[in-house]
Design a protein around this ligand. Structure first.
Ligand SMILES: [Zn+2]
Length: 237
């Protein structure tokens, strides 16, 4: 009975270990970090496409002024038209040159912003790649740990089945019920005058009744209700 209890306790420890693998916490952490980087990447890509649109517009504005300059310059170079017309074209060219300068500055500023955003996005992409790599590594670590734990658990289950075979089905059923109710410990050794389950000393009358009980009788601790198993060796301490 105590062997079965020991194996069940070990199996419960393995199950706990399986749920609380350090790799699981790190995976959760990487998942959060990856989600953060992903949302930053989405925002960055949206900002980039806005800036690209802005640049297209700035390019168009500059081109428009440039073609007007070219047209005016052509008319001026051809020398056709009255002196008054030529005068008007000249002053328009002056205004256009100023306007072109302003628009080119805007265009340049948008280009610079575009470059800065592209660099930021590239950094985010690199960060995402790094996190993905770390995540894959920890997932691999977790999988390896699970394989070991599952193999150990399977081995325990086999050993447990062998040990439980020789025990009475009613006793096993009682043990299972108690184990569920009493935090995983359904059977305990009677060590000297003490129950190993609740660690309480049993009263002398109860103790004497237990000692006089027939070997096949199922004994229970008066304090914690657990199945008590008499140990063959003399009590310690
Ligand atoms: Zn007890």
């Amino acid at each position: 009975m105590l062997d079965v209890q020991a194996l069940d306790t070990r199996a419960a420890q393995l199950a706990h270990q399986r749920r609380t693998l350090p790799a699981l916490a790190r995976i959760a952490e990487f998942d959060v970090r990856f989600a953060d980087v992903e949302s930053s990447r989405v925002a960055s890509r949206t900002a980039l496409s806005d800036i690209r649109r802005e640049l297209t517009k700035a390019d168009g504005d500059v081109d428009q002024v440039r073609s007007r300059v070219a047209r005016d310059q052509g008319r001026l170079d051809s020398g056709t038209g009255s002196a008054k017309d030529l005068q008007a074209i000249t002053s328009e060219l002056t205004a256009l040159a100023r306007r072109q300068g302003e628009l080119e500055e805007i265009e340049l500023a948008v280009m610079e912003r575009l470059e800065a955003h592209e660099a930021a996005l590239a950094e985010l992409d690199a960060a995402a790649t790094v996190i993905r790599g770390q995540l894959a590594e920890v997932e691999h670590e977790r999988d390896a740990a699970l394989v070991t734990i599952d193999a150990d658990t399977a081995a325990l289950a086999g050993e447990r089945a062998t040990k439980a075979e020789g025990l009475d089905a009613g006793l096993i059923a009682l043990y299972e019920k108690l184990r569920k109710q009493l935090g995983g410990l359904g059977a305990a050794a009677l060590r000297g005058r003490r129950c190993d389950g609740c660690r309480l000393e049993l009263n002398p009358m109860h103790l004497q009744a237990l000692r006089q009980a027939a070997p096949e009788q199922v004994l229970r601790c008066e304090e914690c209700d657990r199945i008590l198993v008499r140990l063959p060796e003399p009590a310690k301490g």
